[in-house]
Structures are given as structure tokens and as C-alpha cells.
Design a protein around this ligand. Structure first.
Ligand SMILES: *Cc1c(COP(=O)(O)O)cnc(C)c1O
Length: 382
């Protein structure tokens, strides 16, 4: 097979993201037996470092599970493990990934109600409170960072409200974990679910779930959780610093190396600061272009992905052409979340595109990308 044909594009999509050479190289470290003492050399530090990235102290009552598959597997484990036959789920959606969490609840046969916001909006606490009163759920599904629209919700406030109504709160943090401070002791979610291939700057392959004692207690009472979607089964293995089923040992090597880099070389503070700076740079770029607008409202703009509404005469067809123009320049551009743009255009609205600035993307890489993208966008506007 001629692998010279494989393009080495710089990814500015919203996941998977750019992978540093050191992490690529870590993919060639030795395979190992996942029940052997060798495994502990990787997974011991992996579990500790994930807890540190989530703001957890050394002694914490949260438990961490590594779930084979991807972020969605951690989310499906959540709905299967935290809602029984008598429970009602309230799914709160501000976009495509909120809709995904909803779909997981529905397709698993859970009694589910949804609270839906217009794309581009953040959730607001007054309407959440009304929905909690009306639905009386025992589990509420929230999105921390809505990757389809570039909106970051105030999940800490929402979780507090959910708890005040006696329900458990599960948070999808897939595209923000590793790119912004996540303070679980402060946020107090019952599940915080994430994955490797977004702001952690790794290939996909593990879902990651942090579980509160209340989540664990609930999961112990829920029947028929499946097996690879049973939170208690995952946590039983995690207590031994293992995964429930055979993990991708290549990814495990990379994850061990990358978490050590994030915590002990780059440093969490520097990493989070770099993301905020990249967000600011992209906002400045959008400001400099006539007619282009940031899609998310001020105060709710994501540090890891920026969504931009394009002016007339650009339509999604033109955004797809821009994608090909940028490919020829060595970049993978994101022409927007497909279903969202279809819906936007059919209701007479302008389409959106996204710039991912997450993981190990550097300011220099971003500057080069924007330097190429700016003239392409201007030319497309005619
Ligand atoms: C990417 C993403 C998912 C899906 O995660 P997978 O790892 O692809 O399963 C879920 N939620 C959000 C917010 C995402 O960005």
C-alpha cells in the first residue's frame, strides 16, 4: 500500500485534533498485556493524571473510569446506569451534541423529556428551573461545551439547580476537557463524561467518566444496565487501574505520555491560557472580516471551538468549496455541522462554519491557518 498518498493535513476541525509528533511516536511504544503488571505502569499514572486534570484532590470521592470506545460510550453508560424503569430523564440541548445525549436516552428506552434551545443560544437557568418543576426528572443531561455551535454553558449553576430539585446531573464535557479548567469539586456533577480525541490532543478510543458517590449508589440499584454500559462494572475494574474489556494499548501508551506532558511539561495553567489566547485571536480574526459574526453569545463563547456565521452570498455549498481550497493548502477546514447548516438554510438563515482551536494546536499554527483562510473567505465573498 502506498502510504505516501496519505495527506498530512493540519486539522482545524473540532475533533479529532492535531497530534504532536511526540504523541504520534508514542504510538510505537511496546504493546503490553492489559491484566499484566506492565499495564499498571501506564494506567496508574493515567488514572491519577486524569483526576488531577479534573481538579480532584489526591483523596477524592469521585471515581474515574476509562471506557473503551469513545465519548459517546461514556454518555451511553451514563443513561443506562443512572436511570431505571421508573425514572424520567430531562435532556437539555443547545445543539447537535445535546441532541445526541437525548437520542441515547430515547434509544435505550428511557422515559425522556427534552428542553431545547435555539442553535447558538446557551441554556438559561429560568427556563431550566421551569422544566425541572414540570418534568420532575431523576436525571438531567447537560452539555458543557456544545461543539456544533461553539457555546459553553454555565454547567456549575445548572448542576446546583438540578441538585436543588433532587435529581442527578450528568455533564457531557467531551470537547472541553483538557482545554479549560474543569473543577469537579466545585461543579459537583454526578457524571462528567469526556474523551481523548478533542482537547486532550490524542486519537479517539477511550471514553472517560468521572462518577460521584451518588451516581455510583444509583447505578447499583438500576437493573439491566447492559455489560459494557454498566458504570459499576467499569468502576470495579478502574479500582484496579484497569479497563473492563481489552483496551487499545497503542492509545494507552500515547495517553500516558500525553497526560504526563500536559501536567508536568506544558502545565495545566499554560495549556488553559493558550486556549483562551487562541479563542481571543480567532475572535479578533472574525472581527476583522466584513459581515462575519461570532455565533455564540458573549459570555458563553467556547475556549476550544469558535463557530462563525458567514454573510451573504456564502451558502453551505461555498463553505464546502472553501474546505477543498484549504485542503490544497494543507489544512482541514470545518464547513460547519451538516445538519445544523441544512436547518439554518431551510429557515432562511446564513450557514455557520467552525474553527477548532483545541488540544495541542499552537498559536503559531493558528496564525498560519488564519493567514491562509482570511484571503480565501474574502475572495469567496466576491
Ligand atoms: C465529539 C463529541 C461527542 C461525541 O464523542 P465521540 O468521542 O465522538 O463519541 C459528544 N459530545 C460532544 C460535545 C462532542 O464534541
Amino acid at each position: 500500500m502506498n502510504t505516501n498518498d496519505f495527506s498530512d493535513l493540519k486539522l482545524f476541525i473540532t475533533g479529532p485534533t492535531y497530534i504532536r509528533p511526540e504523541v504520534r511516536n508514542a504510538g510505537s511504544l511496546p504493546e503490553f498485556g492489559h491484566r499484566d503488571s506492565e499495564a499498571l505502569k501506564r494506567f496508574g499514572p493515567i488514572f491519577d493524571n486524569l483526576a488531577a486534570l479534573a481538579g480532584l484532590p489526591k483523596e477524592s470521592d469521585y471515581q474515574v473510569a476509562l471506557i473503551n470506545g469513545s465519548g459517546t460510550c461514556a454518555m451511553e453508560t451514563t443513561v443506562r446506569s443512572l436511570a431505571g424503569p421508573d425514572d424520567t430523564i430531562l435532556s437539555v440541548s443547545v445543539g447537535a451534541f445535546g441532541d445526541l445525549f437525548h437520542k441515547l436516552a430515547v434509544t435505550n428506552g428511557k422515559k425522556t423529556e427534552t428542553l431545547h434551545y435555539e442553535p447558538g443560544q446557551a441554556m438559561d437557568l429560568a427556563s431550566l428551573e421551569r422544566a425541572l418543576d414540570e418534568v420532575n426528572p431523576s436525571l438531567v443531561l447537560l452539555t458543557h461545551n456544545e461543539t456544533s455551535t461553539g457555546v459553553t454553558n454555565d454547567v456549575a449553576a445548572a448542576v446546583a439547580l438540578v441538585h436543588a430539585h433532587g435529581a442527578l446531573a450528568a455533564v457531557d464535557g467531551v470537547s472541553i476537557f483538557g482545554g479549560a479548567p474543569i473543577d469537579l469539586p466545585e461543579m459537583q456533577p454526578d457524571i462528567y463524561a469526556t474523551a481523548t480525541q478533542k482537547s486532550l490532543g490524542l486519537p479517539a478510543g477511550f471514553g472517560i467518566a468521572f462518577a460521584s458517590p451518588k451516581a455510583v449508589a444509583k447505578a447499583e440499584t438500576v437493573p439491566h444496565k447492559g455489560w459494557i454500559t454498566d458504570l459499576t462494572a467499569h468502576l470495579g475494574r478502574a479500582a484496579k487501574k484497569q479497563t473492563l474489556t481489552t483496551p487499545n494499548t497503542t492509545l494507552a501508551n500515547q495517553l500516558a505520555i500525553q497526560l504526563d506532558y500536559i501536567l508536568n511539561e506544558e502545565g495545566m495553567e499554560n495549556r488553559f491560557k493558550r486556549h483562551v489566547e487562541m479563542q481571543g485571536r480567532v475572535a479578533e480574526f472574525v472581527d476583522s472580516l466584513d459581515g462575519f459574526e461570532l455565533f455564540a453569545p458573549e459570555g458563553y463563547r467556547s475556549p476550544t471551538v469558535t463557530c462563525v456565521q458567514a454573510p451573504e452570498p456564502l451558502k453551505s455549498a461555498e463553505l464546502k468549496k472553501i474546505k477543498e481550497t484549504m485542503r490544497a493548502k494543507g489544512y482541514l477546514f470545518d464547513p460547519g455541522y451538516g445538519k445544523l447548516n441544512t436547518a439554518m438554510e431551510s429557515s432562511g438563515k446564513q450557514p455557520v462554519f467552525r474553527i477548532g482551536h483545541m488540544g495541542d494546536t499552537t498559536m503559531l499554527m493558528l496564525e498560519e491557518f488564519l493567514g491562509q483562510l482570511g484571503p480565501v473567505l474574502k475572495e469567496a465573498c466576491g
